[in-house]
Ligand binder design. Structure first.
Ligand code: CA
Length: 232
């Protein structure tokens, strides 16, 4: 599925449990335990959805929510609040501040997953479809198969994730650092040149014998899935 989730939660066992369950569903997950850290982090990298605890050290969930809604990049970011029982007034304030939905602790994981999917289906429908297609390229997230002009393209797992990541937002240019965060994960240490190596492999596999290259290299900036690829 591949959507990215940022969990802001200071109860470590809960954060770990959520990370485990979401990763098992194919999400790429990052956790932060403080509200102020989450605020800083989200200026660098906006996830596809935010799970936000209400009572946090550093900066409260309410204040973080307010700040995120005031910024263009995160104005429409889906925010799901995690609240404790008895925080009814907090929940109401939360929804008024701009959270999209909430669950009350202790919540059931399957229910949380359903709500996350519902929010993503609204905000990022392209993330929720099984097949991404552009021009003569089709990528199936379920079967992990990629076809070009009806022929199967064999990609390594990293090249597959890289192509999937780029195809989600055609036209958008990602820096090497953003690609490392989004494809390799933030906790993995990999040199930025690794990105170039894998882009090279992806190109070689997908362009075999074809003239149209779907990947754009933007000098000094990074890489993009060419938004004109499908219409050229
Ligand atoms: Ca808390």
């Amino acid at each position: 599925m591949g959507a990215s989730v940022l969990i802001v939660e200071d109860e470590e066992p809960l954060a770990l449990m959520l990370r485990y369950n979401l990763e098992a569903e194919g999400y790429s997950v990052e956790t932060v335990a403080r509200g102020d850290e989450a605020d800083v982090r989200m200026r660098e990298f906006a996830p596809d959805i935010l799970l936000l605890d209400w009572m946090l050290p550093g900066l409260s969930g309410i204040e973080l929510c307010r700040r995120l809604r005031a910024r263009d990049e995160t104005r429409n970011l889906p925010i799901l609040m995690l609240t404790a029982r008895g925080e009814e007034s907090e929940r109401i304030r939360g929804l008024a501040t701009g959270a999209d939905d909430y669950v009350v602790k202790p919540f059931s994981v399957p229910e949380l997953l359903v709500r996350i999917k519902a929010l993503l289906r609204r905000s990022r429908p392209e993330l929720m479809t099984d097949v991404l297609s552009a021009g003569d390229i089709q990528l199936n997230r379920d079967t992990h198969r990629v076809e070009r002009a009806g022929r199967e393209v064999h990609l390594g797992p990293t090249e597959f994730r890289l192509l999937e990541f780029l195809m989600r937002t055609p036209g958008r240019v990602f820096s090497r650092e953003q690609l490392l965060d989004g494809v390799w994960g933030r906790d993995v240490y990999v040199d930025e040149r690794t990105v170039d190596v894998h882009v090279g492999r992806l190109r070689k596999a997908i362009n075999r014998g074809r003239v149209k290259d779907p990947i754009r290299t933007v000098r000094g900036a990074g890489y993009a899935f060419d938004d004109r690829f499908a219409v050229r």
